[in-house]
Ligand binder design. Structure first.
Ligand code: AHG
Ligand code: MN
Ligand code: MN
Length: 340
């Protein structure tokens, strides 16, 4: 049995990282996030008894109603990360602007404190998503502009899944992954309170028969996406010649976790409902971290045409269409869009 602490210790020893290195800073920040993840797990376990259900009574910068647990999770992460000496600033789904932290910090942290908010009150899976970027202006407090880096710049990314068990998935960037462990999965042992290693080098099959999309928006999708889903629905009687199955957790963390465990494709496409919104999901604290995990596991992640991690961000809260998972399937969606 390898605990998260054991793993990080051997990682830092193998990389001969001293306490001031980038690797040990990233490890320290992940430890801070997982400590908060344990607190959120406890709150969710108590559920209605911890007074975490229902609305907080405010809207976030996206114009979405905040749930009580969105606010609680955000405050816990904000407090813990701004106290971490390596963290120069944090940006969150629930905060209009980035919060500067420690001027000497060399890292920036973005997070979706509680993903799948509509699942909280019905005792269904939720999660926390995080993305860690370098802070190049060391010695200066971090502002919004410093966060606007491409997904390819991420040093590490991951999520905590609060499901029937609590799990942690994360990956270092290829450059920092000196042990070549790829995407790692840990499970929280409720008896010891430690995360224990379940799997490493997770790899996603290039082909799949399972897809995730909220089909209630079908009439708003662009024609190539409508065609793609119609082809899947036609099963053995259509051009794909095989039957597909739908799954939708309504929390991206849950859907991405399923894809890391048994493959599949997840789509939140561009639609024409609101011309000001390119998609529903947020580039910097949802799409980019999940893209790093998916690509490092051999999958692909695009906006239907373009690679997500190549986006030059213009706003910390910008939205992006997302098509990620099984490589051949993501490429097939891309082909349909390129032909259109
Ligand atoms: P959040 O709860 O952080 O706002 O994110 C919810 C997102 C994503 O996790 C999920 O895949 C999607 O919204 C669910 O959308 P629908 O409400 O259309 O099912
Ligand atoms: Mn989310
Ligand atoms: Mn959220």
């Amino acid at each position: 049995m390898t605990t998260l602490n054991d793993y990080f210790q051997s990682y830092l020893t193998a990389t001969s990282a001293d306490s001031s290195s980038k690797q040990s800073a990233v490890v320290d920040v992940i430890n801070t996030i997982t400590a908060v993840g344990k607190e959120i797990t406890e709150l969710l376990r108590k559920g209605a008894l911890a007074d975490i259900h229902g609305e907080a009574g405010a809207e976030n910068v996206q114009g979405e109603q905040q749930k009580k647990l969105d606010v609680i999770a955000n405050n816990l992460l904000l407090e813990a990360l701004t106290a971490n000496k390596h963290c120069a600033g944090v940006a969150s789904e629930e905060l209009d602007d980035a919060t500067p932290a420690n001027e000497s910090g060399e890292l920036l942290v973005l997070f979706d404190p509680l993903d799948g908010s509509s699942n909280i009150d019905i005792n269904m899976p939720t999660g926390t998503i995080f993305s860690i970027l370098p802070h190049s202006n060391k010695g200066q407090a971090a502002t919004n502009a410093e966060f606007l880096q491409k997904g390819t710049e991420q040093l590490a990314a991951g999520y905590l899944l609060y499901g029937s068990s609590a799990m942690l998935a994360f990956t270092f960037s290829e450059a920092l992954d000196t042990n070549n462990d790829g995407v790692l999965l840990f499970s929280l042992n409720p008896t010891t309170g430690e995360f224990e290693l379940v799997k490493k080098n997770i790899s996603i099959d290039a082909d799949t028969k399972e897809y995730a999309i909220n089909a209630s928006n079908a009439r708003h999708w662009l024609p190539p996406m409508q065609q793609y889903i119609n082809e899947l629905l036609a099963g053995t009687t259509g051009p794909r010649g095989k039957n597909f199955n739908t799954r939708w957790v309504a929390a991206m963390v849950g859907d991405v976790h399923r894809i890391l465990c048994r493959g599949g494709i997840f789509i939140y496409p561009k639609d024409t409902k609101d011309p000001n919104k390119a998609g529903k999901l947020r580039l910097m604290y949802e799409a980019n971290p999940m893209s790093l995990l998916i690509e490092r596991a051999g999958g692909a992640s695009t906006d239907a045409i373009k690679r997500i991690m190549d986006y030059e961000p213009t706003n910390i809260h910008q939205r992006v269409p997302v098509v990620l998972g099984a490589k051949n399937e993501v490429e097939y969606v891309q082909k349909l869009h390129q032909q259109a």
